[in-house]
Design a protein around this ligand. Structure first.
Ligand SMILES: C[S@@+](CC[C@H](N)C(=O)[O-])C[C@H]1O[C@@H](n2cnc3c(N)ncnc32)[C@H](O)[C@@H]1O
Length: 294
């Protein structure tokens, strides 16, 4: 997850490694208590609404695998791979090589500990990543939300920053290769002081340095390198996902307060409750795109 920034955040730029550590290096054991067992920290894809979170996370990976046209021999890069949940899925469903990049050391250590065959992960900014040869397919699940800061968006730089990201990704594949892409979107602006304060808290305390894109910014930014073949939004799926994370976290309240302190529990309860409202009230949404390299 990354959160919003309708609120001014000073001159801060794109999420730095230190800011990423604020968001993802709290404690692997803490996240393991309330994410699903594979540690997906992004929206699942509910098709009927009756699935478990675990089933819906598999459905998300299946869709993005299809969008990227991954086969059993593909060499795939997952940009912003988190704790390796999607890499794990790729290995279980069949892939040649599955590589990931992340800015979080704690996440990379978790991926290494999984000992997945054919999987490699690098702790690096995607901008500095240089593959030794082209990939057959790309995937990226809610990583772009870290790339443009509120200050940069205020200066009108968002589309250029996203275009730079899509251009870099395009340089890693041959024409015709596909990209299964997912991002959180910002949509409507809330109206009440409390809602705005909750969003500011989430952006400042839980996800410093990031800003969710608007759908139209992404559609503009994929040009001239990528063609959009499919585009689906899944606002309700993210509402269900965050509601389930909140329910699971609350069920471990005593353990979390005891082990990590009241502040951490209170902060994450406020953040996850804000997420549930954000998707319910259309402040935010989520998009999946199938892109093909032109
Ligand atoms: C919301 S997490 C999503 C993780 C994973 N894709 C998932 O589905 O659970 C965002 C990920 O993007 C990574 N990330 C953010 N900015 C990055 C950058 N500039 N270069 C590489 N990775 C980055 C973070 O380290 C984190 O792993």
């Amino acid at each position: 997850m990354v959160w919003w920034g309708w609120v001014w955040h000073g001159a801060r730029m794109t999420s730095t490694e230190a800011e990423i550590q604020v968001s993802y290096d709290v404690s692997n054991e803490f996240f393991r208590l309330w994410l699903d067992e594979n540690m997906h920290y992004t929206s699942a894809t509910y098709l009927t609404g009756d699935e478990t979170l675990e089933q819906a996370q598999v459905q998300k990976c299946e869709r993005l695998r299809e969008f990227a046209e991954v086969t059993e021999t593909s060499r795939v890069l997952d940009i912003g791979c988190g704790w390796g949940s999607n890499l794990d899925f790729l290995v279980r469903t069949g892939v040649g090589e599955a590589h990931g990049v992340t800015l979080s050391t704690a996440q990379a250590e978790w991926v290494h500990a999984r000992k997945l065959p054919g999987v490699k992960v690098w702790v690096t900014d995607y901008k500095d990543f240089v593959p030794d040869r082209p990939y057959d397919a790309l995937q990226s699940i809610e990583m772009i939300d870290h790339l443009c800061s509120p200050a940069q968006a205020t200066k009108g730089l968002a589309v250029d920053i996203y275009r730079g990201y899509f251009a870099k990704c395009a340089s890693w594949v041959e024409p015709g290769a596909c990209f299964g892409f997912q991002a959180i979107l910002r949509n409507r602006v809330p109206r009440t002081r409390k809602d705005l304060e909750d969003l500011a808290f989430t952006a400042d305390v839980i996800f410093p340095g990031g800003l969710n894109p608007r759908l139209e910014e992404l559609v503009a930014a994929v040009n001239p390198h990528w063609e959009i073949l499919e585009l689906r939004t899944q606002r309700e799926s993210y509402g269900r996902t965050t509601a389930e994370w909140l329910r699971r976290m609350r069920s471990h309240e005593a353990t979390i307060r005891d082990r990590w302190g009241d502040q951490l529990f209170d902060d994450y309860e406020r953040y996850l409750s804000t997420c549930v409202r954000a998707f319910d009230r259309h402040w935010s949404s989520d998009v999946q795109m199938k892109l093909r390299r032109i």
